[in-house]
Ligand binder design. Sequence first.
Ligand code: SAM
Length: 431
Amino acid sequence: MRLPGRLSAAIEVLADIEARRRPVSEALKGWGINNRFAGAGDRAAIGNLVYDALRKRASHAHVMGSDDPRALVLAVAVRDWGEDPQALNAGFEGDTHAPAPLTDEEIARFGRGDDTLAATGNATRADVPEWLEASLERGIGSDWVTQLRAMTGRPPLDLRVNLLKSGRERVAKSLKRFEPLETAIAPNGLRMPAGGRDARTPNVTTDEAYLKGWFEVQDEGSQIVSALAGAAPGEQVLDLCAGAGGKTLATAAAMGNTGQIFAYDSDRARLAPIYERLKRNGVRNAQVRAPEEGALDDLAGRMDRVLIDAPCTGTGTWRRRPDTKWKLTPDLLAQRTGEQAALLDEAVRFVKLGGTLVYVTCSILPEENVDQIAAFRPRHPEFSVIDAAGLWATQLEGPVAALSDAQGGLLLTPLSTGTDGFYFCALRRNA
Ligand SMILES: C[S@@+](CC[C@H](N)C(=O)[O-])C[C@H]1O[C@@H](n2cnc3c(N)ncnc32)[C@H](O)[C@@H]1O
């Protein structure tokens, strides 16, 4: 397929997402099934157009004066992919798969370029829903628009090398056709930066090194918070929201397969992939606890470290799942903050005297981060915050790149740490 056909396909997929309220991945898959002639390169390019359109939905719509799928996809072609509007029209001529030619009005809008954006509201320039503006400014500070604009780019593909089975050099060698770079902050990470336009994401999970358990796909931010959590060999650790086990696996490696990690999740389906992953990674110090009445009772008061990788709005992962940015509602945020407060209270009973409670989210909203810690402290005065910047100095190399907050926590963002958005705060039990 040539570019005009790919643009038409992306318009079709976006329309399908809107009409049927479908998740992006499902709509793209559906399009692929109905259009079997399209190759892997076509599908990747169409996916990129769709995701790019959603990453900058508000600013694209502002420039175009419309948020219909055609306007958004043409905006990606011109604003993000650097196509010239007149040249696009020339390419559309005689191509039966092309969208309708750009109108004079559309061309004029591109002519005015992004100048009109300067005069518009912050939420549009930051490409976020307006109702989140006050929260983002409060949580991130005065440069929140710049920070959020950095979240409209494509994410890299990051890997964590599994030290239980391999090393960074060996994995890099196995994947050298993808030209991986060492991650800047996480000590055992490799990164394949995002490509532009129709670049395809490297398919690393078919590599022999992956099948042998030498590495996992894990954003560098997730690797950093796992390192900050500071689990040491021989400890007793509870991963209270283990899900598919991304943090469990990183923690097991940090503990050198010694001590014991208890991996629990209230959702059996989310926990299911952990069994295969633990096996492939060669983890021998993790016990999975399925969600049953009293499943964790024997751990009360015994844990050196309890990790809450809390259910959250996922606002830190907007680069990867930009559709969730526009679907988030105040009700969903309130539901998540309620769950987070309950989990913090629930976790307390497992932490032994002198033990550590680690709270993590992949959100950039203060309601889910610093506010949770501020509310927890008077409820549990027996805990005190361990300064996260100090932990950074002991667990990671280089100066603290993340943003600090008034409670002693850290916020990772694409602009500050080059990662997804993550929040980290650790508290010690003193009584
Ligand atoms: C951010 S995800 C965990 C991701 C996982 N730790 C990883 O690194 O791959 C949050 C998880 O919390 C779980 N969860 C939600 N409420 C919970 C509760 N009350 N107790 C335990 N787990 C819960 C969800 O099922 C979900 O799997």
